[in-house]
Design a protein around this ligand. Structure first.
Ligand SMILES: C[S@@+](CC[C@H](N)C(=O)[O-])C[C@H]1O[C@@H](n2cnc3c(N)ncnc32)[C@H](O)[C@@H]1O
Length: 294
């Protein structure tokens, strides 16, 4: 039976949601229930609250065709965020493009750690640089929380920078956010109160073994951390002392198992941990805050 025959006109939104969730689950997609809800909302062009009040709504032929098309893409392992063209991060909507990583929930630990590092200066005119900004997620989340801060996001990808600029405009942060094509911080002049980065940290040889959702849909430039996964940390560490203001902090996201190796790279560059690495919801040390060693 084809997807179009399975999800057909005449069924209710509730029936379609259950059927789709079952199809996704049978295919091994763990987030089947959530994905089904998001895809039905997208096909019917309604939000979650409206879906809850429209469970008896009967799908038209147009609705069923739209839903079938979205379901087919998900069954081919395209991530829901890619299908929808956007993802929520730090409670804010971010649009995506083929050139941007889908922001991950664990990256919110970087935002938390950066805010903790600046907790007594939240109202100051802080200067922030986000190295490898992608969609602009980290920088824009910080600017939302720090009302007098301004910042620059750098990336090698022109497409990512265009998306980040669009996100800044959507979030009405364009007056405090700049974006520039740059190899991490190579072209920046300090001082910065905060350097933040979620750099590419997957070992090159591991990329072909990642889940299809990631391997085929996140840009390789956003994933590939070189032979040992640590190339970006070396580049960022080399520049950090030059750029940090007195009292400033560098916060980097870590890949699983990278805490010791990244700490060593930072120590060799004269940077010392300011706090224990912040763990994500899975208990993995995820955000490391560093300051210039005295
Ligand atoms: C893991 S993604 C993080 C994106 C975003 N900050 C986030 O957390 O969702 C890494 C980003 O670094 C960018 N990148 C890769 N190499 C770079 C380089 N040499 N200089 C600047 N950015 C780079 C990629 O294009 C990508 O946007």
């Amino acid at each position: 039976m084809t997807m179009a025959e399975t999800l057909s006109a005449g069924m209710s939104a509730m029936q379609a949601r259950r059927l789709l969730a079952g199809l996704l689950r049978e295919d091994g997609i763990e987030s089947a229930d959530l994905d089904a809800r998001l895809l039905i909302c997208a096909a019917l062009a309604i939000d979650h609250t409206s879906l809850a009040t429209q469970t008896d709504r009967i799908l038209s032929a147009v609705d069923a065709k739209a839903l079938s098309a979205l379901a087919t893409r998900r069954l081919r392992r395209e991530p829901v965020a890619r299908i929808l063209g956007g993802k929520e991060f730090w409670g804010l909507p971010f649009r995506l493009s083929a050139d941007t990583l889908v922001p991950r929930p664990e990256t919110e630990t970087v935002v938390e750690a950066a805010l903790a590092a600046m907790h007594d200066r939240r109202d100051h005119p802080l200067r922030i640089a986000d190295l490898g900004t992608g969609s602009g997620a980290i920088l824009l989340a910080l600017l939302r929380e720090l009302p007098r801060a301004s910042g620059i996001g750098t990336d090698l990808s022109a497409g990512a920078l265009a998306t980040a600029r669009a996100n800044a405009a959507d979030l009405q942060l364009s007056d405090r956010a700049m974006f520039a094509a740059c190899d991490y911080s190579a072209a920046l002049r300090g001082p910065f109160d905060l350097l933040v980065s979620n750099p590419p940290y997957i070992e090159s040889g591991d990329i072909d073994h990642l889940q299809t959702d990631v391997r085929e849909h996140d840009p390789r430039l956003a994933l590939d951390g070189g032979v040992d996964g640590l190339a970006a940390y070396r580049a960022i560490a080399a520049d950090a002392r030059r750029l940090l203001s007195p009292g400033g902090a560098l916060v980097v996201e870590l890949g699983a198992g990278q805490l010791a190796a990244v700490s060593d790279i930072m120590a060799n560059a004269g940077l010392t941990p300011a706090a224990q690495a912040r763990a994500d919801l899975a208990g993995i040390p995820r955000a490391l805050t560093l300051v210039v060693a005295s």
